[in-house]
Design a protein around this ligand. Structure first.
Ligand SMILES: NC(=O)c1ccc[n+]([C@@H]2O[C@H](COP(=O)([O-])OP(=O)(O)OC[C@H]3O[C@@H](n4cnc5c(N)ncnc54)[C@H](OP(=O)(O)O)[C@@H]3O)[C@@H](O)[C@H]2O)c1
Length: 296
């Protein structure tokens, strides 16, 4: 019998990609807030966690999944810095409701977290054993949610970073590629480093995590530790756009509402070994999205 998977936030970048890869293997249902994907034979529930939080437990009770993947979050780190209460409600309080009902139903919970739980001053890739020290409120709320999820040792926390793909919700790559295509200047940061993660890799790795029934805390990100300016230059070269339109800026020069850590690159080798999987380098990932853009 197919495993039943419920995705909270299935209409987002990771959720919709997971559904693409997993819909034949699993019996999937998902929630959306504003954007129903309307996929044949995949059931969806509309829910806004901020106004209908009470429905969370009913959805879990009604569907009774083997596995829940929780991907609901505010996409903007700056919005969270200015709206602490909403960020706490969406990231922490809603997660608590999911954890409680998931435990009652004996559903395994997979929670998507972030490299923003780290302070960014380590000068090497962070492992799961390194100390957390978020510098912005988005990171604080995601870390608090992680702790609630991991109170149940069968659950999984997956920390990932700068997710990209050939997808209308791939924010960074779409900003760069759309602008360069129109000969517009872009100004990505040269002093903020992460490991960009190909969304297709993340979806495939989630499927393996479910198949192998693993538990605990894992990092799941691409192999290449890079700043946003160099990421943009790689994109421009591969897509054959004018690299001179990319102007590097520093965090001091371009103001952002929330402070950003300098370098939160993640070491994903624990997960790679546990599930026998390899995340792409950035060059491999960009080649992959170029092929997809050409319909391959
Ligand atoms: N994207 C990244 O670079 C990145 C990096 C690190 C960690 N993560 C984490 O990975 C997870 C998935 O990210 P993603 O990029 O796939 O996110 P996304 O594309 O922004 O999707 C977020 C999902 O949450 C839903 N949602 C938003 N506000 C909601 C609300 N008030 N009530 C109920 N649902 C709501 C959205 O629904 P609608 O679209 O239907 O409105 C969507 O399904 C998140 O937990 C995020 O924190 C992402």
């Amino acid at each position: 019998m197919k495993k039943k998977i419920l995705i909270f936030g299935g209409s987002g970048l990771v959720g919709s990609t997971f559904i693409d890869y997993g819909k034949d293997t699993f019996d999937i249902s998902y929630t959306y807030n504003t954007n129903d994907l309307k996929i044949d034979y995949v059931k969806s529930f509309k829910i806004n966690f901020l106004s209908d939080g009470k429905k969370i437990s009913n959805i879990i009770k009604e569907y009774n999944p083997d596995v829940i993947i929780h991907m609901v979050a505010f996409p903007s780190v700056d919005f969270c810095e200015e709206n602490h209460q909403l960020a706490t409600e969406l990231h922490v309080n809603a997660t608590k409701k999911i954890v409680e009902q998931a435990s009652i139903n004996k559903s395994k919970l997979i929670f998507l977290s972030t490299d923003a739980v780290f302070g960014g001053k380590l000068n090497k890739k962070y492992t799961e054993d390194d100390l957390t020290n978020p510098v912005n409120y988005y990171g604080v709320t995601k870390l608090n949610a992680e702790k609630i999820v991991l109170e149940n040792p069968t659950n999984i926390v997956v920390r990932t970073s700068v997710i990209y793909g050939w997808h209308d919700k791939s924010r960074f790559t779409n900003w760069i590629l759309d602008s360069l295509k129109q000969n517009k200047i872009v100004d990505p940061f040269i002093d903020q480093f992460n490991c960009p993660t190909l969304v297709d890799d993340l979806a495939k790795s989630l499927i393996k995590m479910i198949d192998l029934d693993i538990s605990g805390l894992f990092h799941a990100s691409g192999k290449t530790c890079i700043n946003r300016y160099d990421f943009a230059v790689k994109l421009s070269k591969k897509f054959e756009y004018d690299e001179n339109l990319i102007i590097p800026v520093t965090s001091k020069e371009k103001k952002q509402e929330a402070p950003r850590p300098n370098s939160t690159c993640l070491d994903s080798s624990k997960l790679e070994e546990t599930i026998d999987f390899e995340f792409s380098t950035l060059d491999e990932g960009i080649s992959f999205i170029l092929d997809k853009s050409r319909g391959f």
